[in-house]
Design a protein around this ligand. Structure first.
Ligand SMILES: [Zn+2]
Length: 120
């Protein structure tokens, strides 16, 4: 089959109404769902609301981290919900204020910890 102007208009209107690609394919007839999707994308119609629900925001993944975001790991790296803090990092630091305080403990306490480790 070919895309006549009429079929393209039908595709556009059904797409904008939020019909699924397979519903549109059925309505147009003689066309596959993939062909409908391909045509819609070529027409620039991909901007309709996606039926796929957004994942709840659980901080940042490694891919989403930027230089100005806290890179403090939260949770267990083996678990799916592992993420990074993602709050605004302090200038010149990889962590937010809260996590920088944990990461950069006062030198005196750090030395005490070192001694403990050495004695063990
Ligand atoms: Zn943080």
């Amino acid at each position: 089959m070919s895309w006549t102007d009429e079929r393209v208009e039908l595709l556009k209107s059904m797409w904008s109404q939020g019909m699924s690609a397979s519903e549109i394919a059925d309505a147009l007839g003689d066309i596959s769902r993939n062909a409908v999707i391909g045509k819609a994308h070529r027409l620039g119609l991909s901007g309709r609301p996606s039926p796929i629900k957004k994942k709840p925001n659980r901080g940042a993944t490694i891919l989403a981290l930027t230089e100005r975001m806290c890179k403090w790991p939260v949770g267990d790296p083996r678990h799916q919900d592992f993420h990074f803090c993602g709050k605004t990092a302090m200038a010149g630091m990889p962590y937010c204020a809260e996590h920088a305080a944990i990461a950069y403990q006062p030198a005196s306490k750090k030395r005490a910890d070192d001694r403990k480790v050495g004695a063990a």
